[in-house]
Design a protein around this ligand. Structure first.
Ligand SMILES: Cc1cc2nc3c(=O)[nH]c(=O)nc-3n(C[C@H](O)[C@H](O)[C@H](O)COP(=O)(O)OP(=O)(O)OC[C@H]3O[C@@H](n4cnc5c(N)ncnc54)[C@H](O)[C@@H]3O)c2cc1C
Length: 380
């Protein structure tokens, strides 16, 4: 067992840290206020290889491992969780989905652009009546011979307005239940595809979230991903890896808040001494650091499982469940350590606290992670 990072991993982590400090930190408060994220920043992340981290270089990716992915995600998330969710969706849901299940033609046409950041991807599973219960898909894809006709509504879609390529899950045969579900590649701008207004959110406000409407959208048969009826398995397997991304996002939010709280506690004085010298504050820091380290071990274990080719359904669920809890609890503590300053935007911790909440909701709520973990335990 070896807990140390390789020299290459340290270099990758440091490059992500440097990018986050120099490119993401300036303007992060304004992006949060205005709910925007400039396309140039996505391009820059693409140039650094962050948009196709684990994709094979023959498709334009960086060919790195899952450990590198979580290191990059943690560093970006310390500063801007809106940037990191774009990276996570593009990498673990869209690129991974296409590389693992797509045809060679789909990979050449779409993956090569998604992996370099030329295109941005979105993953469209959730619907107004199908959130946690993802099998209740109401979006239909009717087989019309050489194409499918898609009708329905997807909501809460990350990159919903800014994506170029949408992976859309739909029901093709209701009688077959989850075995009658397929995944499709839909390009932005096709007839009958409408993007609704941007959601006004509590956190990750720089990331755009939209409802999408599909009215008789024609999708060529060659844009179906994988064998007929494999869409639900595709979605679940893809989300399993996605949870490693969100777990590392939660880890980054927690460790970013901890670093700010530690620094502030060494500068701020009360009762004639720096507040870190008050045991109540020092113990908060001890609890934060311990829990963040524990979360980091779970996140790294899940990434390691993926790299080893082990099943990572349970380890990714545990990593997400725990890291998101730590992020929520300790961003609140970071605000507390900052006192009144914690309550204003300038000090960053209030944004991290708002951003932390989503990590307990998307890509499976914490309750759903417990279902995944407990079902696995009871099956063993
Ligand atoms: C900002 C944001 C971005 C998102 N991005 C995407 C995206 O890019 N693509 C996408 O497809 N989706 C996306 N989602 C959707 C997200 O995955 C869902 O919101 C999430 O899965 C929960 O579904 P729901 O909102 O319908 O809640 P519900 O399923 O209605 O759940 C409500 C509550 O009931 C609990 N609950 C439900 N069923 C059970 C059960 N069996 N046992 C115990 N408790 C249960 C839940 O845990 C939750 O607390 C995003 C959501 C948000 C808010």
């Amino acid at each position: 067992m070896d807990f140390s990072l390789s020299e290459e991993h340290i270099m990758i982590r440091d490059a992500a840290r440097d990018f986050a400090q120099t490119e993401l930190l300036p303007g992060v408060i304004e992006r949060d206020n205005k709910q925007k994220f400039p396309k140039e920043l996505v391009k820059k992340m693409g140039e650094l290889g962050f948009m196709g981290i684990m994709v094979d270089p023959k498709y334009g990716g960086s060919g790195m491992d899952a450990i590198s992915y979580v290191l990059i995600m943690e560093e970006l998330s310390k500063i801007d969780a809106s940037a990191s969710v774009m990276v996570s969706v593009n990498n673990s849901l869209v690129c991974y989905g296409l590389e693992s299940y797509g045809s060679e033609e789909q990979k050449q046409k779409y993956l090569t652009k998604l992996a370099t950041g030329e295109f941005l991807g979105a993953f469209c599973l959730s619907e107004p009546e199908a959130g946690s219960d993802a099998t209740s898909q109401r979006t239909t894809a009717i087989d019309k011979g050489d194409h499918y006709l898609i009708n329905g509504t997807k909501n809460w879609i990350t990159n919903g307005g800014s994506a170029d390529i949408y992976l859309v899950i739909a029901q093709t045969d209701k009688d077959k239940g989850s075995h009658g579900i397929n995944a499709f590649i839909i390009e932005k701008g096709v007839d009958g595809f409408h993007v609704g207004p941007k959601e006004d959110k509590l956190g990750i406000r720089g990331s755009d979230t939209h409802t999408l409407q599909f009215n008789d959208v024609k999708v060529p048969k060659k844009n179906r991903i994988g064998a007929n009826g494999s869409g639900f398995r595709f979605a679940m397997k893809t989300l399993s890896g996605g949870r490693i991304g969100i777990a590392s996002q939660a880890l980054g939010i927690a460790s970013g808040a901890y670093e700010l709280a530690l620094k502030y506690s060494k500068e701020r004085k009360a009762f004639g001494t720096e507040i870190c010298n008050h045991q109540a504050i020092a113990f908060k820091l001890a609890d934060m650091y311990t829990d963040i380290e524990a979360a980091r071990h779970l996140v790294m274990k899940a990434a390691w499982d993926k790299d080893q080719g082990n099943n990572y359904d349970r380890s990714s669920a545990m990593a997400k469940l725990y890291a998101s809890k730590v992020a929520m609890e300790h961003t609140v503590e970071a605000v507390q350590i900052h006192g009144g300053n914690g309550f204003v935007k300038e000090y960053h911790v209030e944004r991290l606290m708002r951003d932390a909440k989503i990590t307990q909701i998307y890509e499976g709520t914490s309750e759903i992670q417990k279902i995944v973990i407990s079902r696995g335990l009871l099956r063993d």
